[in-house]
Design a protein. Structure first.
Length: 182
């Protein structure tokens, strides 16, 4: 369960600051898409985290705040897949391919060079709701011969997010302040 964020402020430089009340943790974890971004120490009864990347220009990123020993929904139901396979001693590289049209076309998304590992893995980018993804890995030897594709099929269903609270947006130059109302 995530800790309620009290204020979200869009700063003049394009960053977003998330502010919440300290409710007794020695530190809090800021998580985005199942990946911990930072550990935050509370000060003076509040804690805050600033997201400095510029990907989210109009709306804040879906940051979740948790106690140090607590998991949030995006960690329990991660929005990406990790593909793993055993090495092939004859392979010099592995080609990872993705299809979003039920296997009609395949796009090479990565190539891993054989480096003597026993098991290889690849983490996909964030997967978007309502899109069906298929993945496969092809082993390629030093003269270009390709193996039969190893297909990865996994159906992942996560619980729906809880309803959004009412949101109040206040514009004060140069900031936009978004406040959740109870």
């Amino acid at each position: 369960m995530s800790i309620a964020i009290q204020n979200i402020v869009k700063n003049a430089n394009g960053s977003w600051t998330f502010i919440w009340a300290d409710i007794g943790a020695s530190y809090y974890r800021a998580v985005l898409w199942g990946l911990e971004q930072k550990q935050v120490n509370p000060q003076n009864g509040f804690a805050s985290f600033t997201w400095n990347k510029q990907e989210y220009k109009k709306f804040p990123p879906p940051i979740e705040i948790a106690f140090e020993d607590q998991q949030v929904l995006s960690e329990l139901y991660v929005p990406y897949l990790i593909l793993q396979w055993y090495s092939d001693p004859l392979a010099s590289k592995y080609q990872i391919q993705q299809s979003t049209d039920n296997g009609a076309t395949w796009t090479v998304i990565a190539t891993l060079t054989q480096a003597g590992a026993w098991v290889y893995s690849y983490q996909t980018v964030i997967l978007i709701d309502e899109v069906a993804y298929k993945y496969r890995v092809i082993a390629i030897d030093s003269i270009g011969n390709q193996s039969v594709a190893r297909n990865f099929v996994r159906y992942v269903v996560c619980p729906p997010a809880p309803p959004d609270p009412k949101i109040k947006i206040a514009y004060t130059k140069p900031n936009v302040v978004i406040t959740a109302l109870s």
